[in-house]
Design a protein around this ligand. Structure first.
Ligand code: SAM
Length: 139
C-alpha cells in the first residue's frame, strides 16, 4: 500500500496520524497470455473507466438507462462475461485489480462484441467511495 492511500485520522490525544487502511487483496504475480495482453491493449481505451472524483452518470457511460449490476473482484471474468452476454438489455460493471484477469475479461468483451460491460481496474473501495452515488440503483 502506498502512503497516498492512507487517510489522516484524529487520535484521542488530538494529534493526526495516518490511518492505514486494510486492503482486501494482495496483488498476485502472473504471466500475461497473448490474449490477455490483447484485451488490455485494445479493450482498455474502449471499456476501462477512469477513477472519477465525483459520482459517475452511468446512463451517460452506457448511453442508455438500464438495470445495472456491479461485480467486485471478477477474477478471470468468466461469470461476468456470461452474465453480460446472456442479458444484452442490462449493463454490467466489473472491478478487479488482477491485471491478467482484467485482460482476460476485456479479450472476451472484444471477441464477443459486447457493449454492455465496463471495467474498473483498481481497488473496489476507491470505486465505491469515489464513483458510485449513494443513491445509485446498482445491484
Ligand atoms: C476469490 S476471487 C473471485 C473471483 C470470481 N468472482 C469468481 O467467482 O470466479 C476474488 C477476486 O477479488 C479480487 N479483489 C479482492 N479485493 C478486491 C478489491 N478491493 N478491489 C478489486 N478486486 C478485488 C481479487 O483480485 C480476486 O481476483
Amino acid at each position: 500500500m502506498t502512503e497516498s492511500n492512507d487517510t489522516p485520522i484524529q487520535t484521542e490525544e488530538g494529534d493526526e496520524r495516518q490511518h492505514r487502511r486494510i486492503k482486501s487483496f494482495v496483488m498476485r504475480a502472473g504471466r500475461m497470455t497473448e490474449g490477455q495482453q490483447k484485451g488490455l491493449d485494445q479493450g482498455t481505451p474502449l471499456f476501462v473507466l477512469p477513477l472519477a472524483d465525483a459520482p459517475v452518470d452511468y446512463d451517460q457511460v452506457f448511453g442508455r438507462s438500464a438495470p445495472r449490476s456491479l461485480e467486485i473482484g471478477f477474477g478471470m471474468g468468466h461469470s461476468l462475461l456470461e452474465m453480460a452476454a446472456a442479458a444484452p438489455d442490462q449493463d454490467f460493471i466489473g472491478v478487479e485489480v488482477h491485471r491478467p484477469g482484467v485482460g482476460a475479461l476485456l479479450n472476451g468483451v472484444l471477441t464477443q462484441g459486447l457493449t454492455n460491460l465496463r471495467v474498473y481496474d483498481c481497488d473496489a473501495i476507491e470505486v465505491l467511495n469515489r464513483c458510485i452515488a449513494t443513491t445509485a440503483s446498482i445491484a
